[in-house]
Structure formats: structure tokens, C-alpha cells
Design a protein around this ligand. Sequence first.
Ligand SMILES: [Zn+2]
Length: 130
Amino acid sequence: MRDKPKNEKQTLRFPANILAPIGKFLQERLASLQRRKKEIEKEDPFKDTSRLLDNASPDTDAAEQFGHARASAIKKELNKNIIQTKKALIRTKKGKYGICEDCGKMIDTDRLAIYPEATLCAKCQAKREK
Ligand SMILES: [Zn+2]
């Protein structure tokens, strides 16, 4: 049992009974993102080193190029999501989940419901994306 800090009201926090399922959700999400990344890596034709040995026709080459570009794009997006999910997960452990990284205000719960890995409030997110 942890001692309850005084002035609890000064730092707004989600109670543990809410944080626990969020943490679990993020953990599962992270696992599924990492699984998908592995699948994409397998699908990427450039991963297959045996292709270096065969003489692929120009047509196959184009298809491989396309397949590779697609796999790279998806992987990039997945990596971004993985990093973001990890960040949110760390914040649940530190008890800082739902607090904006930039301004320190509570992130709108509607936003968190749609985007549970958010670590920035909508305002700060918009600022960063500029
Ligand atoms: Zn903010």
C-alpha cells in the first residue's frame, strides 16, 4: 500500500482503477502493432535475400519496388504508432497519463477515448503539426 500524498487535488490524475485497464489496452495495442510490423517485414520483397541471386524480369522488379515502397510506408507509420503507444504506456506507469506533455493540462477525455495513446492535448498537437 502506497501512502496517499497530500494535496492530491493539485495534480490531476486518473485513479488506478481507470489507469489499469488503459495500461492493459496500450500494452495489447503495442503487442499487436509489433506483430503487424513483423508481418510487414516478412511481406517486404527486399527482405528476401534470395532475390539477389535470381535474375528477375523488369516486371517483377517493378512489382518488388512497389511492394517495398508500400511495406516501408506502412512500417514507418507502424513505428510512429509504436513509439507513441510506448510513450503513453510509460506515462500510465508514471501516473502522468492524460496530462499534456507540453502544457501540463489534462487532455480532453473525449480525445483520449478516440486516441488513447495521445500524450498531447489537441491544441498542443495542432501546434506541433504546424
Ligand atoms: Zn497541451
